[in-house]
Design a protein around this ligand. Structure first.
Ligand SMILES: O=C(O)CCC(=O)C(=O)O
Ligand SMILES: [Fe+2]
Length: 216
């Protein structure tokens, strides 16, 4: 048996698992009631899951206007509405764990799952807030599980400049395989976010975004 094969057998032997959401969870206050939580390494041993999602999700091209501005969206997507079967049971477990952890603050469960595939560093999503639906007027949360190649989630105040109560003019969060990031409070209304293009030689990344009913 060669070393490569041994390595991959060891990977397969490690079982995919979600850690406690609240363990190693760090909140950053962004001002104006916006915040972002980061939970590094929430999902471990997710290589097979990542490969399966890339392979089996019925990805669709998305090059059109989205959200409240003209946004160039070079990436592939698949949206799972409430009640639709998710492409892997671990995603049901992830959504449930998030609903339980954030219930006291959120007051309603996460129900939808938006999946995005960034094929390489040229795929991206431009600056926007998830402001379709209730999130245009009220606080909400968008929870993102990042899989595959690392990419940066960039955040900046919607109207430019710093916000009262925030030490941050803008933020760049490096998201690695298995990391969880949750944008909460007024974040979708008062801040914008983006996955910028990169000239780094990065491979594919899958983003799984969980949202509550009536929010895109
Ligand atoms: O790729 C990501 O993690 C972010 C995607 C996003 O912001 C969106 O689809 O609304
Ligand atoms: Fe978004």
């Amino acid at each position: 048996m060669d070393l490569m094969l041994q390595g991959s057998l060891l990977d397969l032997a490690e079982e995919m698992a979600l850690g406690e959401v609240g363990a190693d969870l760090h909140r950053t206050e962004l001002g104006a009631g916006a915040w972002v939580d980061v939970r590094p390494g929430w999902l471990s041993a997710g290589d097979e899951l990542f490969a399966e999602l890339v392979r089996s999700v019925p990805w669709r091209a998305e090059r059109r206007k989205m959200y409240d501005s003209v946004v160039d969206v070079p990436r592939l997507t698949k949206f799972y509405a409430a009640g639709e079967r998710l492409p892997h049971p671990i995603l049901d477990a992830a959504r449930l764990a998030l609903s339980v952890h954030y219930a006291p603050e959120l007051g309603e469960p996460f129900v939808t799952a938006g999946l995005c595939l960034y094929r390489d560093g040229r795929d991206s999503v431009a600056w926007h807030g998830d402001r379709i639906g209730r999130s245009n007027d009220v606080d909400t949360m968008v929870a993102i599980l990042s899989l595959g190649s690392p990419r940066t989630l960039a955040l900046r105040p919607r109207d430019g400049g710093g916000l009262p109560g925030s030490r941050h003019k803008s933020l760049r969060l490096p998201l690695a395989h298995g990391d969880l990031v949750v944008m909460g409070g007024s974040c979708q209304r008062t801040w914008d976010h983006a996955i910028p293009k990169t000239s780094e030689p990065v491979g594919p990344r899958v983003s799984v975004q969980f949202r509550v009913a009536g929010v895109r």
